[in-house]
Design a protein around this ligand. Structure first.
Ligand code: LMR
Length: 396
Protein backbone atom coordinates (compact mmCIF):
# COMPACT_ATOMS: atom_id res chain seq x y z
CA UNK A 1 0.00 0.00 0.00
CA UNK A 2 2.92 2.30 0.48
CA UNK A 3 4.91 1.18 -2.52
CA UNK A 4 4.57 4.54 -4.24
CA UNK A 5 6.68 6.25 -1.62
CA UNK A 6 10.31 7.01 -2.29
CA UNK A 7 12.99 7.30 0.36
CA UNK A 8 13.68 10.88 1.47
CA UNK A 9 17.12 12.20 2.37
CA UNK A 10 17.67 13.56 5.88
CA UNK A 11 18.07 17.30 6.34
CA UNK A 12 21.86 17.91 6.10
CA UNK A 13 22.14 19.10 9.71
CA UNK A 14 20.28 16.08 11.00
CA UNK A 15 22.31 13.79 8.71
CA UNK A 16 25.54 15.05 10.30
CA UNK A 17 24.06 14.52 13.77
CA UNK A 18 23.16 10.94 12.85
CA UNK A 19 26.62 10.29 11.45
CA UNK A 20 28.19 11.59 14.66
CA UNK A 21 25.96 9.36 16.78
CA UNK A 22 26.98 6.30 14.74
CA UNK A 23 30.74 6.97 14.99
CA UNK A 24 32.34 4.64 17.60
CA UNK A 25 35.57 6.69 17.83
CA UNK A 26 36.05 7.76 21.49
CA UNK A 27 37.69 11.05 20.47
CA UNK A 28 34.92 12.19 18.17
CA UNK A 29 33.86 15.81 18.47
CA UNK A 30 30.47 17.36 17.78
CA UNK A 31 30.48 20.93 16.49
CA UNK A 32 27.42 20.47 14.32
CA UNK A 33 23.89 21.10 15.56
CA UNK A 34 23.18 24.44 17.23
CA UNK A 35 23.19 23.44 20.87
CA UNK A 36 25.00 25.45 23.52
CA UNK A 37 27.43 23.36 25.54
CA UNK A 38 29.17 24.32 28.76
CA UNK A 39 32.91 24.99 29.04
CA UNK A 40 33.44 21.37 30.14
CA UNK A 41 31.65 20.05 27.05
CA UNK A 42 28.57 18.88 28.93
CA UNK A 43 25.09 19.85 27.85
CA UNK A 44 24.19 22.95 29.76
CA UNK A 45 21.25 23.67 32.00
CA UNK A 46 20.82 27.39 32.50
CA UNK A 47 20.89 28.31 36.23
CA UNK A 48 17.69 30.34 35.65
CA UNK A 49 15.95 27.23 34.33
CA UNK A 50 17.11 25.25 37.34
CA UNK A 51 15.63 27.89 39.66
CA UNK A 52 12.35 27.95 37.75
CA UNK A 53 12.09 24.18 37.90
CA UNK A 54 12.55 24.22 41.66
CA UNK A 55 9.56 26.55 42.01
CA UNK A 56 7.53 24.69 39.46
CA UNK A 57 8.16 21.31 41.11
CA UNK A 58 6.77 22.63 44.41
CA UNK A 59 3.61 24.01 42.84
CA UNK A 60 2.57 20.80 41.07
CA UNK A 61 0.51 22.28 38.25
CA UNK A 62 -0.94 18.96 37.09
CA UNK A 63 -1.33 17.90 33.50
CA UNK A 64 -4.45 19.57 32.22
CA UNK A 65 -4.78 20.94 28.71
CA UNK A 66 -3.43 24.38 28.01
CA UNK A 67 -5.30 26.38 25.34
CA UNK A 68 -5.04 26.63 21.57
CA UNK A 69 -2.98 29.79 21.92
CA UNK A 70 -0.79 28.05 24.46
CA UNK A 71 -0.24 28.47 28.17
CA UNK A 72 -1.89 31.82 29.04
CA UNK A 73 0.88 33.04 31.36
CA UNK A 74 3.52 32.22 28.75
CA UNK A 75 2.15 34.68 26.18
CA UNK A 76 3.02 38.00 27.93
CA UNK A 77 6.49 36.71 28.81
CA UNK A 78 7.15 35.75 25.20
CA UNK A 79 5.91 39.15 24.02
CA UNK A 80 7.91 41.12 26.58
CA UNK A 81 11.08 39.19 25.79
CA UNK A 82 11.00 40.14 22.12
CA UNK A 83 9.25 43.50 22.15
CA UNK A 84 9.96 44.91 25.63
CA UNK A 85 7.29 45.83 28.19
CA UNK A 86 6.11 49.02 26.50
CA UNK A 87 5.27 47.55 23.09
CA UNK A 88 3.90 44.37 24.66
CA UNK A 89 1.38 46.53 26.50
CA UNK A 90 0.10 48.35 23.43
CA UNK A 91 -2.29 45.62 22.30
CA UNK A 92 -1.03 45.27 18.74
CA UNK A 93 0.36 41.76 18.98
CA UNK A 94 -1.51 38.61 18.00
CA UNK A 95 0.48 35.84 19.67
CA UNK A 96 0.22 32.08 19.96
CA UNK A 97 2.56 29.61 21.61
CA UNK A 98 4.15 27.30 19.05
CA UNK A 99 6.19 24.12 18.82
CA UNK A 100 9.38 26.14 19.23
CA UNK A 101 11.01 28.03 16.33
CA UNK A 102 10.23 25.53 13.59
CA UNK A 103 6.59 25.35 14.69
CA UNK A 104 6.48 29.12 14.75
CA UNK A 105 7.84 29.34 11.22
CA UNK A 106 5.26 26.84 10.06
CA UNK A 107 2.41 28.74 11.72
CA UNK A 108 3.80 31.99 10.28
CA UNK A 109 3.90 30.52 6.78
CA UNK A 110 0.30 29.34 7.11
CA UNK A 111 -1.07 32.70 8.23
CA UNK A 112 0.96 34.53 5.60
CA UNK A 113 -0.28 32.17 2.90
CA UNK A 114 -3.86 32.87 4.01
CA UNK A 115 -3.12 36.59 3.78
CA UNK A 116 -1.89 36.13 0.21
CA UNK A 117 1.87 36.16 0.86
CA UNK A 118 2.92 33.02 -0.96
CA UNK A 119 6.51 33.58 -2.05
CA UNK A 120 9.30 33.23 0.50
CA UNK A 121 12.62 34.92 -0.25
CA UNK A 122 15.58 33.31 1.43
CA UNK A 123 19.09 34.76 1.55
CA UNK A 124 21.78 32.14 0.96
CA UNK A 125 23.37 30.36 2.60
CA UNK A 126 20.42 29.75 4.88
CA UNK A 127 19.13 27.47 7.58
CA UNK A 128 18.44 24.25 5.70
CA UNK A 129 14.77 24.01 6.64
CA UNK A 130 13.33 27.33 5.36
CA UNK A 131 12.89 26.36 1.73
CA UNK A 132 11.58 22.82 2.34
CA UNK A 133 9.10 24.20 4.89
CA UNK A 134 7.70 26.82 2.52
CA UNK A 135 7.48 24.31 -0.32
CA UNK A 136 5.86 21.78 2.01
CA UNK A 137 2.77 24.00 2.22
CA UNK A 138 2.73 24.72 -1.51
CA UNK A 139 4.37 28.15 -1.42
CA UNK A 140 7.04 29.28 -3.83
CA UNK A 141 10.56 30.27 -2.84
CA UNK A 142 13.21 32.52 -4.29
CA UNK A 143 16.80 32.97 -3.23
CA UNK A 144 19.32 35.77 -3.25
CA UNK A 145 22.90 35.98 -2.08
CA UNK A 146 23.15 37.05 1.58
CA UNK A 147 26.77 36.24 2.30
CA UNK A 148 29.81 36.55 0.12
CA UNK A 149 32.22 33.64 0.52
CA UNK A 150 35.13 35.68 -0.84
CA UNK A 151 34.93 38.66 1.51
CA UNK A 152 33.27 36.63 4.27
CA UNK A 153 30.79 39.42 4.88
CA UNK A 154 27.16 40.13 4.02
CA UNK A 155 26.60 40.98 0.37
CA UNK A 156 24.36 43.90 1.23
CA UNK A 157 24.06 45.10 -2.35
CA UNK A 158 22.51 41.77 -3.23
CA UNK A 159 20.10 41.99 -0.25
CA UNK A 160 19.00 45.46 -1.34
CA UNK A 161 18.61 44.38 -4.94
CA UNK A 162 16.48 41.36 -3.88
CA UNK A 163 14.11 43.64 -1.97
CA UNK A 164 13.93 46.23 -4.73
CA UNK A 165 13.20 43.64 -7.38
CA UNK A 166 10.90 41.38 -5.34
CA UNK A 167 7.58 40.42 -6.83
CA UNK A 168 4.54 41.58 -4.84
CA UNK A 169 3.54 39.52 -1.77
CA UNK A 170 7.06 38.27 -1.16
CA UNK A 171 8.06 37.40 2.39
CA UNK A 172 11.65 38.13 3.40
CA UNK A 173 12.85 35.75 6.08
CA UNK A 174 15.43 37.74 8.03
CA UNK A 175 17.31 36.58 11.07
CA UNK A 176 17.57 39.19 13.79
CA UNK A 177 20.88 38.07 15.31
CA UNK A 178 23.45 35.25 15.33
CA UNK A 179 22.77 34.42 11.70
CA UNK A 180 22.51 30.71 11.05
CA UNK A 181 24.69 29.46 9.39
CA UNK A 182 27.03 32.42 8.70
CA UNK A 183 27.25 34.28 12.03
CA UNK A 184 27.17 37.48 9.91
CA UNK A 185 24.55 39.89 11.26
CA UNK A 186 23.09 42.97 9.62
CA UNK A 187 24.28 46.26 11.15
CA UNK A 188 21.85 48.88 12.47
CA UNK A 189 22.44 50.99 9.36
CA UNK A 190 21.66 48.03 7.15
CA UNK A 191 18.44 47.39 9.08
CA UNK A 192 17.54 51.04 8.58
CA UNK A 193 17.97 50.64 4.83
CA UNK A 194 15.86 47.48 4.85
CA UNK A 195 13.12 49.26 6.79
CA UNK A 196 13.14 52.15 4.32
CA UNK A 197 12.94 49.74 1.40
CA UNK A 198 10.14 47.57 2.80
CA UNK A 199 7.95 50.13 4.53
CA UNK A 200 5.91 51.11 1.48
CA UNK A 201 6.32 47.93 -0.50
CA UNK A 202 3.80 45.13 -0.88
CA UNK A 203 6.06 42.66 0.86
CA UNK A 204 6.36 41.19 4.33
CA UNK A 205 9.22 40.82 6.78
CA UNK A 206 9.42 37.65 8.83
CA UNK A 207 11.90 38.01 11.68
CA UNK A 208 13.38 34.74 12.85
CA UNK A 209 14.79 35.21 16.35
CA UNK A 210 16.17 31.94 17.66
CA UNK A 211 19.32 33.08 19.48
CA UNK A 212 18.16 36.26 21.21
CA UNK A 213 20.91 37.51 23.53
CA UNK A 214 23.74 35.35 22.21
CA UNK A 215 25.13 38.08 19.91
CA UNK A 216 25.51 41.08 22.20
CA UNK A 217 24.90 39.35 25.53
CA UNK A 218 21.80 41.54 25.96
CA UNK A 219 18.39 40.25 24.88
CA UNK A 220 16.98 43.75 24.41
CA UNK A 221 19.85 44.81 22.20
CA UNK A 222 19.56 41.68 20.06
CA UNK A 223 15.83 42.37 19.51
CA UNK A 224 16.53 45.95 18.38
CA UNK A 225 15.62 45.42 14.68
CA UNK A 226 12.16 44.13 15.60
CA UNK A 227 11.40 47.07 17.89
CA UNK A 228 12.75 49.45 15.28
CA UNK A 229 10.37 48.11 12.62
CA UNK A 230 7.50 48.26 15.12
CA UNK A 231 8.18 51.94 15.82
CA UNK A 232 7.57 52.73 12.14
CA UNK A 233 4.02 51.40 12.42
CA UNK A 234 4.72 48.40 10.20
CA UNK A 235 2.96 45.05 10.16
CA UNK A 236 5.21 42.00 10.22
CA UNK A 237 5.67 38.64 11.90
CA UNK A 238 8.16 37.32 14.44
CA UNK A 239 9.13 33.69 14.97
CA UNK A 240 10.58 33.20 18.44
CA UNK A 241 12.30 30.23 20.02
CA UNK A 242 13.40 29.54 23.58
CA UNK A 243 15.28 26.40 22.56
CA UNK A 244 18.63 28.15 22.59
CA UNK A 245 18.43 31.13 24.93
CA UNK A 246 16.93 28.99 27.70
CA UNK A 247 18.42 25.69 26.54
CA UNK A 248 14.94 24.11 26.30
CA UNK A 249 15.58 22.24 23.04
CA UNK A 250 13.42 19.21 23.71
CA UNK A 251 10.56 21.14 25.29
CA UNK A 252 9.63 22.94 22.06
CA UNK A 253 8.80 26.33 23.56
CA UNK A 254 8.34 29.18 21.10
CA UNK A 255 5.87 31.75 19.89
CA UNK A 256 4.53 33.39 16.77
CA UNK A 257 3.79 37.10 17.02
CA UNK A 258 1.92 38.95 14.31
CA UNK A 259 2.06 42.73 14.57
CA UNK A 260 -1.34 44.12 13.57
CA UNK A 261 -1.73 47.89 13.54
CA UNK A 262 -5.48 47.93 13.12
CA UNK A 263 -7.06 46.92 16.45
CA UNK A 264 -10.24 45.67 14.75
CA UNK A 265 -8.26 43.22 12.63
CA UNK A 266 -6.26 41.83 15.54
CA UNK A 267 -8.88 39.38 16.90
CA UNK A 268 -9.53 38.17 13.36
CA UNK A 269 -5.85 37.49 12.74
CA UNK A 270 -5.59 35.79 16.12
CA UNK A 271 -8.61 33.59 15.41
CA UNK A 272 -6.94 32.40 12.21
CA UNK A 273 -3.74 31.57 14.07
CA UNK A 274 -5.72 29.63 16.69
CA UNK A 275 -7.63 27.75 13.98
CA UNK A 276 -4.41 26.73 12.24
CA UNK A 277 -2.90 25.57 15.51
CA UNK A 278 -6.04 23.62 16.45
CA UNK A 279 -6.11 21.81 13.16
CA UNK A 280 -2.49 20.69 13.42
CA UNK A 281 -1.54 20.56 17.08
CA UNK A 282 -4.63 21.34 19.22
CA UNK A 283 -3.00 22.43 22.48
CA UNK A 284 0.41 23.98 23.16
CA UNK A 285 2.77 21.82 25.26
CA UNK A 286 2.89 22.91 28.90
CA UNK A 287 6.19 22.01 30.50
CA UNK A 288 8.62 24.25 28.61
CA UNK A 289 6.10 27.10 28.52
CA UNK A 290 5.79 26.90 32.32
CA UNK A 291 9.54 27.16 32.72
CA UNK A 292 9.68 30.16 30.36
CA UNK A 293 6.83 31.93 32.12
CA UNK A 294 8.31 31.27 35.57
CA UNK A 295 11.70 32.63 34.48
CA UNK A 296 10.18 35.68 32.84
CA UNK A 297 7.72 36.57 35.55
CA UNK A 298 9.92 36.05 38.62
CA UNK A 299 12.16 39.14 38.89
CA UNK A 300 15.10 37.45 40.65
CA UNK A 301 15.11 34.56 38.15
CA UNK A 302 14.80 36.94 35.23
CA UNK A 303 17.98 38.66 36.41
CA UNK A 304 19.77 35.32 36.52
CA UNK A 305 18.57 34.64 32.96
CA UNK A 306 20.07 37.96 31.83
CA UNK A 307 23.39 36.86 33.35
CA UNK A 308 23.11 33.39 31.81
CA UNK A 309 22.69 34.84 28.34
CA UNK A 310 25.49 37.36 28.84
CA UNK A 311 27.72 34.47 29.96
CA UNK A 312 27.01 32.52 26.78
CA UNK A 313 27.83 35.51 24.56
CA UNK A 314 31.03 36.15 26.49
CA UNK A 315 32.17 32.54 26.22
CA UNK A 316 31.55 32.57 22.47
CA UNK A 317 33.69 35.70 22.09
CA UNK A 318 36.48 34.08 24.14
CA UNK A 319 36.39 30.84 22.17
CA UNK A 320 36.41 32.71 18.86
CA UNK A 321 39.47 34.68 19.97
CA UNK A 322 41.19 31.45 20.98
CA UNK A 323 40.48 29.81 17.64
CA UNK A 324 42.06 32.77 15.87
CA UNK A 325 45.06 32.83 18.23
CA UNK A 326 45.66 29.10 17.80
CA UNK A 327 45.39 29.19 14.00
CA UNK A 328 47.73 32.18 13.98
CA UNK A 329 50.25 30.28 16.11
CA UNK A 330 49.99 27.27 13.81
CA UNK A 331 50.50 29.61 10.84
CA UNK A 332 47.55 27.97 9.16
CA UNK A 333 47.45 29.15 5.54
CA UNK A 334 44.63 31.58 4.77
CA UNK A 335 42.81 34.39 6.55
CA UNK A 336 40.78 33.44 9.61
CA UNK A 337 39.83 36.72 11.27
CA UNK A 338 36.19 36.27 10.25
CA UNK A 339 35.95 33.95 13.24
CA UNK A 340 36.02 36.98 15.53
CA UNK A 341 33.84 39.14 13.28
CA UNK A 342 30.95 36.67 13.28
CA UNK A 343 28.61 36.35 16.24
CA UNK A 344 26.71 33.73 18.20
CA UNK A 345 27.23 29.99 18.13
CA UNK A 346 28.15 29.63 14.48
CA UNK A 347 31.38 30.19 12.68
CA UNK A 348 31.05 29.86 8.93
CA UNK A 349 34.58 28.61 8.56
CA UNK A 350 34.90 28.70 4.78
CA UNK A 351 36.21 25.13 4.69
CA UNK A 352 35.27 23.53 1.39
CA UNK A 353 33.00 20.52 1.12
CA UNK A 354 36.04 18.27 0.63
CA UNK A 355 37.89 19.77 3.61
CA UNK A 356 34.78 19.40 5.75
CA UNK A 357 34.42 15.79 4.71
CA UNK A 358 38.07 15.16 5.69
CA UNK A 359 37.48 16.79 9.10
CA UNK A 360 34.74 14.22 9.61
CA UNK A 361 36.18 11.07 8.06
CA UNK A 362 39.85 11.50 9.04
CA UNK A 363 39.60 13.48 12.28
CA UNK A 364 36.11 12.57 13.57
CA UNK A 365 35.21 16.23 13.94
CA UNK A 366 31.61 16.75 12.92
CA UNK A 367 30.82 20.14 11.46
CA UNK A 368 27.86 20.60 9.11
CA UNK A 369 28.42 19.96 5.41
CA UNK A 370 28.52 23.68 4.58
CA UNK A 371 31.55 24.18 6.87
CA UNK A 372 29.55 25.62 9.78
CA UNK A 373 31.20 25.15 13.17
CA UNK A 374 29.27 25.35 16.42
CA UNK A 375 31.81 27.26 18.50
CA UNK A 376 30.02 26.17 21.70
CA UNK A 377 31.16 22.63 21.02
CA UNK A 378 34.78 23.74 21.56
CA UNK A 379 36.42 23.98 24.96
CA UNK A 380 39.81 23.81 26.73
CA UNK A 381 40.03 20.07 26.22
CA UNK A 382 39.36 19.93 22.48
CA UNK A 383 40.23 23.31 20.97
CA UNK A 384 43.80 22.35 20.04
CA UNK A 385 42.65 19.06 18.53
CA UNK A 386 40.12 20.99 16.43
CA UNK A 387 42.59 23.64 15.25
CA UNK A 388 45.29 21.10 14.40
CA UNK A 389 42.84 19.09 12.31
CA UNK A 390 41.68 22.23 10.52
CA UNK A 391 45.29 23.20 9.91
CA UNK A 392 46.04 19.76 8.46
CA UNK A 393 43.09 19.70 6.05
CA UNK A 394 43.85 23.20 4.83
CA UNK A 395 47.50 22.38 4.16
CA UNK A 396 47.08 19.20 2.13
C1 LMR B 1 20.71 24.23 13.79
O1 LMR B 1 20.73 24.92 12.77
O2 LMR B 1 21.66 23.48 14.10
C2 LMR B 1 19.53 24.29 14.71
O3 LMR B 1 18.68 25.31 14.33
C3 LMR B 1 18.84 23.01 14.87
C4 LMR B 1 17.98 22.62 13.72
O4 LMR B 1 16.82 22.32 13.96
O5 LMR B 1 18.45 22.58 12.59
Amino acid sequence: KFSKLEAEALDPIIATMARYAADPNPNKMDVSIGVYKAADGSSFMFPSVKMAKEIYNKVEPGHNYTTMSGLPEFIPVAQQTVFGDKIAGEGKLATIQTISGTGSLHMAMLILRSAGYTNFAVGTPAWSNYIPMAQHIGCTTSTYKYYDEETKTIDFESVVCAIEEASPKTVFILQTCCHNPTGADLSKNQWKTIRDLTINKDCMVLFDIAYQGFASGDKDEDAWPIRYFYEAGMEFVVCQSFSKNLGLYGERAGALHVVVQDKDSLPIVHSNMVKNFREECSFGPAYGARIVSTVGSTPEIKKVWDQDVAGVAERMVTMRRRILDTLTKLETPGKWDHVIRQTGLFWFSGLTKEQTERMISEYHIYLTQNGRVNVAGLNDANLDQFCKALDAVVRS
